[in-house]
Write a protein that binds this ligand. Structure first.
Ligand code: ATP
Length: 513
């Protein structure tokens, strides 16, 4: 059923709350801005996504290992990495609405609107393809060119302004593009200022200046400072990777898009250490590999696109995002960065310790280059939910809400229903659950009519439902119903474990990589 994107997004958010996926943090105290808690099903889905990522990075690659470093780190690490001085976002306020925005996001959204105009022109032309004459072709072409020139000019100005750290120019771009505040509709903007995104706290009993430590804004630095420990103890040979998942914290200026932009979130990062000079080849490799990984989830290849960065972070010599088509448009899901030897060199300099690798083939030591893949677990969660959430019209005027999650990742793999609560059917259902639960998250559901039970499991995203009926007592068979097709098959109870294994195993996902 088609609905406006903003309504669709609102429905996902309320569905998450109603079905135990995501709750606002500290809800009984009216919540805490941009912080969320994962409920009983959300925690399972998140765990499964994390596990799928971990298996595909660590288990599937002989030369990638995983670590789990602490959130608290020596404060000098953040000085060395550049985060104390440069982990800033440019912010701007609208004086009428008193709302705060990221200046870069305002400009990017303005550019996206012009891109939309180009897409509309192309769509219009395609529709009139049959009787498209020379004049129409020329005028469409001219309009597309005009829009494209505008985009290129804004991007170039913006890139130069950011590179020169020229915040007055960033404001001037907003003024020249006549960008208005979506709330007040006014162009009454303050100057642009830089805002550091790191949260700080103090360690130990005394809160003196020297005790200030930061909540890590990325997990990557925990990998860099352990790189030599892992390389030596694991006898790793270049190229090799270190993976890690964990919490990261950023004091985001604008945090209004549910779990897309949170102040406490989880990252899944892998740093790949390579020989200097080979980094671009590995950068291309990981760009392709990561898109393939996302596509293995089956959310639709059209939902992804690459976006090359126009302004490179201080540490990078190439960078791109894999963007996903969220309900509010294409936005970053994962970043792939060629980080050069910046981080390791900085840590050598600030710690005074050598962080070199002895290459037996080259017979020399060097500081490795690094290619990073960094995906936000919460954004990944949102991508799976927004592609899977459907409100379907059924025959007979009925509707159902269904979460078509990849079966291997679903919180509950299978629900077992006794048709009625008597005649020995609950006992047989219990027996089936007891058998299957060693390998899968399986539940018993015996409340309400079978139809209502199907709706409940569809809404949670359970891919299979087994119904135990009177025939089951006679011939030891049950029906198994597929969430997406709603088709039911009668199968032997003795085959259930094998059937379920095939349908929900990690292998079905991992084999596609
Ligand atoms: P954005 O431009 O959206 O602020 P970023 O470029 O700062 O993101 P990175 O530093 O590349 O993000 O972080 C890697 C990944 O971590 C992102 O691709 C995203 O999936 C995730 N991430 C970053 N910030 C947040 C956040 N505030 N909430 C949830 N996930 C985040």
């Amino acid at each position: 059923m088609s609905q406006k994107p903003e309504d669709f997004f609102k429905n996902i958010i309320s569905h998450c709350k109603e079905y135990g996926y995501i709750f606002p943090s500290s809800e009984i105290y009216d919540g805490l801005s941009a912080v969320y808690d994962y409920g009983q099903y959300g925690a399972e889905l998140k765990k499964n996504l994390r596990e799928y990522w971990w298996k595909s990075m660590v288990q599937m690659h002989g030369n990638i290992v995983g670590i789990d470093s602490a959130i608290f780190m020596h404060p000098t690490i953040w000085k060395a990495s550049g985060h104390v001085d440069a982990f800033n976002d440019p912010l701007i306020d609208n004086k009428d609405s008193k709302k705060r925005y990221r200046a870069d996001v305002l400009i990017e959204e303005h550019v996206a609107k012009i891109e939309d105009k180009i897409n509309k022109e192309v769509e219009k032309a395609a529709k009139r393809f049959e009787n498209f004459d020379e004049t129409m072709f020329r005028s469409t072409n001219a309009r597309v060119k005009e829009y494209q020139d505008k985009i290129d000019a804004i991007n170039l100005r913006f890139k130069t302004a950011l590179n020169d750290n020229n915040l007055d120019e960033v404001k001037q771009i907003i003024v020249d593009c006549e960008i208005v505040d979506p709330i007040s509709g006014s162009r009454n903007w303050t100057d642009v200022r830089q805002f550091n995104l790191m949260f700080s706290t103090s360690m130990g009993a005394l809160s003196e200046e020297g005790n200030t430590i930061y909540l890590r804004p990325e997990t990557a630095q925990g990998i860099f400072v352990n790189y030599l420990n892992v390389q030596k103890t694991g006898r790793m040979k270049i190229p090799f990777g270190i993976a890690q998942t964990g919490k990261a914290f950023r004091n985001e200026i604008v945090a209004r898009q549910f779990i897309f932009r949170m102040r406490e979130f989880e990252q899944m990062e892998m740093q790949y250490f390579v020989k200097p000079g080979t980094e671009m080849q590995w950068y291309e490799y990981w760009k392709t590999a990561r898109l393939k990984w996302h596509n293995s989830l089956g959310l639709g290849t059209d939902n992804y696109r690459y976006h090359d960065h126009i302004k490179l972070a201080h540490y990078a010599n190439a960078a791109c995002d894999i963007e996903f088509k969220f309900p509010f448009g294409f936005k970053e899901l994962e970043g792939i960065h060629s980080r050069t030897d910046f981080d390791l060199k900085q840590h050598e300099q600030f710690s005074g310790k050598k962080l070199q690798y002895f290459d037996p083939e080259e017979n020399k030591s060097y500081v490795p280059y690094v290619v990073e893949t960094s995906v936000g677990l919460d954004r990944l969660f949102l991508s799976v939910l927004s592609a899977g959430f459907k409100e379907e019209a059924l025959e007979g005027g009925d509707t159902r809400t269904v979460l078509s999650l990849p079966p291997a990742l679903a919180p509950i793999k299978c629900a077992v229903f006794p048709l009625v609560k008597k005649d020995g059917l609950p006992e047989l259902a219990e027996k089936i659950v007891a058998e299957l639960k060693f390998d899968h998250n399986v539940i018993m559901d015996e409340k309400d009519t079978v139809g209502k039970r199907y709706r409940r499991q569809d809404a949670i995203g359970t891919p299979y439902c087994i119904t135990v009926d009177h025939q089951s007592l006679e011939d030891q068979t049950v029906t198994i119903r597929d969430r997406d097709t709603m088709k039911q098959d009668r199968v032997k109870i003795s085959d259930l474990a094998k059937i379920l294994d095939e349908k929900v195993s990690w292998k079905s996902l991992l084999k596609q990589l």
